[in-house]
Design a protein around this ligand. Structure first.
Ligand code: NAP
Length: 324
């Protein structure tokens, strides 16, 4: 059976690019997978991992003859990457991406898209805090949403072809307006990252003695923020620089709600706190019911079967307390 695409060109081969390469190969979605990246070292790593069929530093060579090109680089690099590949894009090709912000992508890419090429921006809502070609795995997209934001001028058959590509890799596909995507993602992804960066940053600024205690007792909640705050600094810098308006809008609402909580804590308003925490619990339940999270306790982390031998820890005046 022939593959739906004759040549898939992946420009950028980090976590997302390598996961697409592995999933597309496994599902037989392209006859040839061409890989291009900026640094020789990253390209060598991709070759050693066997992620593609052909490898080149020159992105224009990778896109020549490709009927599907996916940009998998940080959003801040789009303009320079697009200027490099545009002359090599062929009529009939689909040009897509995986960037976490969509409005800015359309603004940057659309003016540079050659005639006859269909620009269909995409965003797989799947990821981990790891980066680079060795971080990818073929199952990354299974059961996860991929949002496509084609403009009104795009042939629906092209959009369907790309949607089918993502579905074959296990994704659920939703078509959305780019601005709406940015508003939804600002609250579901961008603000949570900003909050995590802020909490972990606050700890980084604490005096050394307190900081070591935070690390020691981190399982009480802080640890889960550190996973998010370990995400790639360049990628996230670009997200906040390019989705500024939606992030600021949602941050305004977040700050108002935080003030309400602050007041409830200060005035000892137990019913207000309880009402709020009951609503938030219901949201977690609905995410589990939607199959987007595990119901297992503690995110399904393995727990030690045997008690750990006791360690003598001297009691400190300000220490103690069980706050798991
Ligand atoms: P990554 O693992 O850090 O890989 C980034 C890739 O882009 C590498 O091949 C890197 O090449 C290349 N690159 C970096 N800066 C570049 C520049 N200035 N010019 C040209 N190439 C450059 O990143 P990723 O996590 O796969 O993220 C890629 C895209 O996916 C981003 O737009 C991000 O918004 C989006 N995304 C990420 C996640 C996630 O959880 N990570 C989820 C959904 C969407 P070299 O190593 O050769 O420099």
């Amino acid at each position: 059976m022939s593959a739906p695409f004759k040549k898939l060109a992946l420009i950028g081969i980090g976590l997302i690019g390598s996961s697409i390469a592995l999933a597309a190969r496994r599902q037989g979605l392209a006859n040839i997978i061409a890989i291009s990246t900026r640094k020789q070292q990253t390209l060598d790593e991709a070759r050693e991992l066997g992620l593609g069929d052909v490898y080149m530093l020159d992105a224009i060579e990778a896109v020549r003859g490709a009927d599907l090109v996916i940009l998998c680089v940080p959003v801040g690099a789009y303009e320079s990457v697009m200027q490099a590949v545009a002359p090599g894009l062929e009529p009939g090709a689909i040009l897509s991406d995986v960037g976490s912000v969509k409005g800015h992508v359309v603004k940057t890419l659309a003016p540079l898209v050659p005639k006859g090429v269909s620009l269909i921006p995409g965003h797989p809502i799947a990821g981990t805090e790891h980066s680079g070609p060795s971080a990818g795995f073929a199952e990354l997209f299974v059961g996860r949403w991929c949002v496509l934001t084609p403009g009104a001028e795009v042939d629906p058959a092209k959009t369907e072809k790309l949607a089918s590509f993502w579905r074959s890799m296990g994704s659920l596909v939703e078509i959305m307006d780019a601005q709406h995507h940015d508003m939804v993602l600002a609250i579901t992804s961008h603000i949570p990252h900003l909050v995590a960066y802020n909490i972990v940053g606050t700890v980084a600024d604490l005096e050394a003695a307190t900081q070591s205690e935070v690390i020691k007792f981190s399982a009480s909640g802080f640890r889960d923020f550190t996973r998010i705050a370990a995400s790639d600094p360049v990628m996230w810098r670009d997200v906040f620089l390019t989705n500024r308006e939606a992030v600021l809008e949602m941050l305004g609402r977040f700050s108002e709600d935080l003030s309400v909580l602050q007041r409830a804590v200060r005035t000892g308003d137990g019913p207000a706190l309880e009402t709020m925490f009951t609503r938030t619990r219901a949201i977690r339940r609905s995410i589990i019911n939607a199959g987007q999270e595990t119901a297992a306790a503690d995110f399904g982390r393995p727990h030690q079967a045997e008690p750990v031998p006791p360690v003598f820890i001297p009691v400190r005046e300000h220490g103690g307390g069980d706050d798991a």
